[in-house]
Design a protein around this ligand. Structure first.
Ligand SMILES: [Fe+2]
Length: 294
């Protein structure tokens, strides 16, 4: 377990991190910003947290380079943003820290296993849309990352919504999709959802165009966990969901994050989709810590 500094020292370290000294540099035209000068291993002062909340609303993805974080640090930094979601998938929570989900392709012998860290995450999705209270934000920390590949793609679904033809916007205005963990695993040919997971996350409705509570802007909210459109025939509904998903992930709405070791990447699930890319799973190690803020 990492040694924790005494409380007084932590308070001083937080005060040593004034919001004004932190720079927020946009990563491109689509979305994303790099936060320079913030140390996430110590509590953030209120002013900095407020600045970062605004930055997350504006840029949707925040990248913090060169962080040194234990699992417990991940929990502390994540809790500053809100309450943490439980990892309901069997074996997803770390044994020594249940709030953290460890994604790894490293076997017991310390070598890459040849398996992707999360096969289902290669499809475009927004985290836990199969829950009544889906993930507000996800924090992902790269302990070990491949030299190439294993990127995370992000789509700006607010921009995508705004670019939709007007007739599509009016067509979807009052429609909801039914999201289902059982459907998602089946469609993705992943590990089938267990009876316990289905019991804890029964199918749930969310609007196709979801209003972001902070910005008031609508975003396409579908992704690969969306099963069907409520009140619409299966075929017609599937065609609409596929259209919206395809529209949202056009190159013009997508940013590709290339990981460096010790990157902490945080994203707003209410206005983005994300997907992991392939990498050389036989020769490259990938180890990430993940937390979910509800
Ligand atoms: Fe995800």
């Amino acid at each position: 377990m990492a040694l924790r500094p005494p409380v007084m020292m932590v308070v001083q370290m937080a005060l040593d991190q004034p919001a004004s000294q932190v720079e927020i540099r946009p990563l491109g035209a689509v979305l994303g910003a790099e936060v320079i000068g913030a140390d996430l291993s110590v509590p953030m002062p209120r002013a900095l947290l407020d600045r970062l909340r605004h930055a997350l609303d504006e840029h949707k993805v925040l990248v913090f380079r060169d962080q040194r974080l234990s699992k417990q640090d991940m929990v502390s930094v994540s809790r500053q943003w809100g309450s943490l979601g439980e990892h309901i998938m069997q074996g997803a929570a770390a044994e020594d820290c249940k709030e953290v989900n460890v994604l790894s392709n490293i076997g017991a012998d310390g070598k890459p296993t040849g398996k992707h860290t999360d096969e289902t995450a290669k499809r475009w999705h927004t985290d836990r849309s199969w829950m009544p209270k889906p993930a507000m934000a996800t924090l992902l920390y790269g302990v070990k990352v491949p030299r190439s590949g294993g990127d995370t793609l992000f789509a700006n679904t607010t921009k995508a919504y705004e670019a939709l033809p007007d007739e599509v916007k009016s067509r979807i205005e009052h429609l909801e999709a039914i999201h289902s963990i059982e459907y998602s695993r089946r469609a993705g040919r992943g590990v089938p959802a267990t009876a316990d997971e289905i019991r804890r996350a029964p199918p749930v409705n969310h609007p196709l165009a979801r209003v972001h509570p902070a910005t008031g802007k609508k975003a396409i909210y579908v992704g690969c966990h969306a099963w069907k459109v409520d009140g619409m025939g299966e075929e017609e509904g599937r065609a609409l969901l596929d259209y919206l998903n395809g529209f949202a992930v056009q190159d013009r709405f997508v940013y590709c994050h290339k990981w460096r070791p010790n990157d902490l990447v945080m994203w707003d699930n209410r206005c983005t989709y994300h997907a992991a890319t392939d990498f050389d799973t036989h020769n490259e190690a990938r180890l990430l810590y993940r937390t979910i803020v509800e």
